[in-house]
Design a protein around this ligand. Structure first.
Ligand code: MN
Length: 323
């Protein structure tokens, strides 16, 4: 997916200069509605959040759907660039067709992972396939790459099989990192975890956590009780760090994501679909994309590439990882 806001603001995230919650906390962070794509599909964006820019290296979280894609073109995100990040696509319902400048063409379905590593630069398109299920529902998450890896080669992975755990009515799939002994094969560049938790009515479980990670939970369907907080689709529940376990339960059927990681100690600048380290670098990669340099070509998408929006006229001052 792409950040399709017409006037995206620069967001400065990460760095240890301000608060990583060094204790368990339960901060409910409201999401905001963002309209993406030409048909006005509305997504709920919880990262970056006004009060919490990152959770570990997770720096972007868009929840889309459930959306009727039976009529009309469905999702249509034209070719656009990325730098300095990984995109993680995870579906609950429906299908998305990915094409990238490395020549990959991959359909993704629920329970599978599409993981694209931008490194120094890649471009891709994402769209609903011609033959598709009537409903599309999923998330796209971004992971910031550390300095050591962000200038590297781009790459793409599709994982059709991922490790899962079943306990006390909860079916857990680990798509990135490791949880309770289940380790995803997905390539990662910092200590990180991402897991889907599907709860049957009455499910009641306790997940083992790492005290050195910070965590957050996001409900995608139903109502899920996380550490005593009743959480519906909408906000992100930031859980802080120094936790050894987490109670998750549900009265009815529910689905939530657990995201966590080692607090990201580098300060990053996010603008549109780019992650860099300062304003000038963002200006440079934006100009490269507009000049057709450095991001390859996506073949097979029926339509033009996305032009970059204009840069904000004045660069933002660094504000640390919390705000
Ligand atoms: Mn994208």
């Amino acid at each position: 997916m792409s950040n399709l806001e017409p006037n995206p603001q620069e967001a400065i995230c990460g760095g240890q200069t301000t608060a990583v919650a060094v204790a368990p906390t339960r901060d409910v962070l409201p999401g905001r509605e963002v309209v993406i794509g030409t048909r006005g599909m509305v997504v709920n964006r919880t990262l970056p959040n006004r009060d919490r820019r990152m959770v570990g290296a997770w720096c972007f979280a868009d929840h889309f759907g459930p959306e009727d894609v039976a009529t009309g073109p469905g999702m249509r995100v034209p070719p656009h660039p990325h730098t300095g990040l990984q995109t993680v696509t995870w579906l609950i319902e429906g299908e998305v067709l990915h094409r990238d400048s490395l020549g990959n063409e991959q359909l993704i379905r629920p329970g599978q992972l599409n993981l694209m590593t931008a490194g120094a630069g890649i471009s891709h398109s994402e769209e609903s396939p011609q033959h598709r299920s009537p409903v599309l529902h999923g998330v796209q998450l971004w992971v910031a790459l550390p300095e050591h890896d962000r200038h590297g080669e781009p790459g793409f992975e599709h994982h059709a099989r991922l490790p899962s755990l079943t306990e006390s009515g909860a079916a857990i799939t680990v798509f990135v990192g490791e949880l309770d002994g289940a380790a995803s094969p997905a390539r990662r560049y910092s200590p990180l975890v991402g897991a889907e938790i599907i709860l049957a009515p009455g499910a009641d479980t306790t997940l083992p956590l790492r005290p050195d990670f910070e965590y957050a939970a996001l409900t995608l369907a139903g109502t899920v009780e996380v550490d005593g907080n009743s959480l519906e689709p909408g906000p992100l529940l930031y859980l802080g760090s120094e936790r050894r376990d987490l109670a998750v339960r549900a009265d009815g059927a529910g689905l939530a994501l657990l995201l966590g990681g080692e607090p990201f100690d580098e300060q990053i600048v996010m603008w549109w679909n780019f992650i860099g380290r300062d304003h000038d670098e963002i200006v440079e990669v934006r100009e490269a994309w507009m000049a057709g340099r450095g991001f390859g070509t996506v073949r097979g998408y029926d339509g033009d590439s996305l032009p970059a929006p204009p840069m904000p006229t004045s660069p933002l001052k660094p504000r640390g990882r919390q705000r």
